[in-house]
Design a protein around this ligand. Sequence first.
Ligand code: ATP
Ligand code: MG
Length: 459
Amino acid sequence: MIAAFAEAGHELWLAGGLVRDELRGVRREVPQNAEVPEDVDFATSALPDESERIGKKLGTTVTTIGQRFGTTGVLLDEGWAEITTFRGDSYTAGSRWPDVTLGSSIDEDLARRDFTVNAIARNTSTGELRDPFGGQEDIEQKLLRAPGDPRTRFAEDPLRILRGVRFVSQLGFSIEEETLAAMGESVELLGTLSQERVTAEIERLLGGKHPKAGLDALHEIGALRHVLPELATMPGCEQNRFHQFDVWGHTTATVEAIATDEESLTLRRWAALLHDLGKPAVRHVKQNGEWGFYRHEIVGAEMAEGLTERLRLGKREGALLALLVRRHMDRPDPDDGRLVRRFMRRLDGHWRDLLALKRADNASHAYNDDEYHDRLEAACERVEAEEAAMLRAESPLDGRELMALLDREPGPWIARIKERLSTLVLDGELAPGDKEEAARIARRMGGTTALLAESDERP
Ligand code: ATP
Ligand code: MG
């Protein structure tokens, strides 16, 4: 591809994250089980039509990624190359879609980029490095600095504000002072961004190696009340002697305590971020004069549902997050098999995620609960290995069998009896698959539920 662009007389520059990370001395992490590595960004003097023509001549898949932005995607053995025609100087201030024009040189293109560390390019033919804004020095200083006047740059495209805090989390860099001040002055513009783009940046922030720093930056520039208003009352919400931090400090420490190599990283980080969402709303003074947070997990779960819907996280993920928030105070006795199985069943296959949340939650408490969590984990593992049938809690009799047995028409009574039978299986009081004993219990229940059903149906 490089040769093809050179042959056609066009400049082709490697740009963006790949050059930055190479200069940081970081090997790019290819997401596990990804078929191809991430996209690699290039900038070129060729017009989009020309890039497409060159790509097609290579006999590979070529797509237009963003016609308005002049980006052509070329599929190579190594992954997708995203080739964008040099950009020029025309953005409409504060607009939802930056108005892009074509530029005539790589330097002009680099001047349009978000941060100096991302405004470095390497010529694919000559190897020349262009770094007109001192990006390499900022990489050394671990600084995120907007090239040019930061206020203008954020007004051109407010998404850069969120990209900045996202890079704090991903790279562990700090935001340069003037850039930070400009971010703070521009937070109102975040309202012009689409929810999808905002949510995508928050998720990238949460997936980074330094999420606490990223979240603190979000708070520091005053963006919390714009992008996560439900969390805006956490900073300054003091707790009690069980805690070292206020609710915000505790929340961000909990997020940070979920290690990046954990499975379901984004889900667990979200759960950590939201687990104490209900605390500011329910805080009250207890009889002993300390702050109490009675029922915060219930209120928090409700709030989490609203928040995840607003962020368009998807119904399943939203419901699961609300469940994890709702259950994060659960503390079954590891020696009581029945309680452990009930705990696991409530979590609908996600007890590992809850345990990860509880461990992270405990990381910033003033007491150490590791031993309890180890015992609970061992108990859950044992149930999974030895009591899988009990845990599945299937009613030994299905609806048809119950109708035949009690000679009754279908109705809500079936669900009631099945629910009772499955709970008995879960609790170890009815052997899984024991139809005979189940039938005895069902017959005994038949009369009572008939009465219940009738009273239910009365208008
Ligand atoms: P990563 O791919 O690791 O998330 P990246 O820096 O490559 O990080 P991309 O979103 O792939 O980020 O964008 C590639 C490059 O395009 C960036 O490095 C930056 O130079 C430029 N860029 C992307 N989005 C913007 C934006 N909103 N404003 C200005 N420049 C941008
Ligand atoms: Mg990239």
